[in-house]
Design a protein around this ligand. Structure first.
Ligand SMILES: Nc1ncnc2c1ncn2[C@@H]1O[C@H](COP(=O)(O)OP(=O)(O)OP(=O)(O)O)[C@@H](O)[C@H]1O
Ligand SMILES: [Mg+2]
Length: 234
């Protein structure tokens, strides 16, 4: 469904990604893990064409996207939930989610907020609160719910656990699993939290200094203490 082939990414003259290649098939759940500054967000922005200048190929269903702008990529069904969440403070939780409902890709119908809220237990009690009256963890869930409401074919999640307490991370994992299993939504998750990545995805890429240094399922990853020690803070 998504193919990233030998992508280089640059900010001004500094090269951040080096020949990065990843593949995601329909409905698959895949993690990219790596330390601060490894290039995770740059990879997701490169997939959306939202920020860095890129070389190489990002292809969707076999067609290179070339310079297709971000909003057109969203119309194809690729939704990014960025690190900074961007929940609107002056809208209620339900209204924030409804913005996703109206952003469904071509040929698909968005989910009404009530339906998304019913799938994500954390949101029920706060549906009528304003975006600026909820906690950081709740905002993260709203940002994810808004993406879910748009019924993406591929959801890109950028470090959803950042800054969250362990108990909230556990609930977030349950919710992410609930919205990314069964349905025909694939997931590409960038994370530093190994536990979260392992519990919400099926396989993993490790990125370091803008290069993919491991690619395999979680069982194969488990056997690679060298990779964990060298490239991750574990
Ligand atoms: N807008 C920008 N302009 C210039 N350099 C940038 C910009 N954004 C990121 N970088 C640099 O690109 C490199 C990769 O950053 P990126 O944000 O992709 O890392 P990351 O893996 O997402 O890290 P984190 O886990 O801290 O979010 C870093 O060296 C960073 O300083
Ligand atoms: Mg990042």
């Amino acid at each position: 469904m998504l193919e990233v082939q030998a992508v280089d990414a640059f900010y001004e003259s500094s090269q951040i990604l080096h020949k990065v290649s990843i593949t995601i098939r329909a409905g698959e759940r895949v993690a990219v893990i790596g330390r601060n500054g490894a290039g995770k967000s740059t990879l997701l922005k490169s997939i959306m064409n939202a920020g860095p200048r890129t070389e190489g190929v990002v292809a969707w269903e076999g067609t290179a996207l070339a310079d297709l702008p971000p909003f057109r990529r969203a119309r194809l069904g690729i939704q990014l939930v960025p690190e900074d969440r961007r929940v609107y403070g002056h809208l209620t939780v339900a209204e924030n989610i409804r913005m996703g409902t109206h952003a469904a890709p071509a040929g698909r119908k968005g989910l009404p907020p009530e339906e998304v809220i019913a799938r994500i237990p954390m949101l029920g009690p706060i549906a009528r609160r304003f975006g600026n009256q909820i906690s950081g963890g709740q905002q993260q869930m709203v940002a994810i719910a808004r993406a879910v409401a748009s019924r993406p074919r591929l959801m890109l999640l950028d470090e959803p656990t950042e800054g969250l307490a362990p108990a909230i991370v556990e609930r977030l994992a349950e919710d992410v699993r609930a919205v990314s299993t069964g349905d025909d939504t694939a997931l590409l998750l960038c994370e530093q939290n190994l536990w979260f990545a392992r519990t919400t995805t099926d396989r993993v890429y490790v990125i370091d200094a803008g290069t993919i240094v491991f690619d395999g399922d979680w069982a194969a990853f488990e056997e690679r203490n060298d990779i964990k020690q060298r490239y991750l803070a574990v």
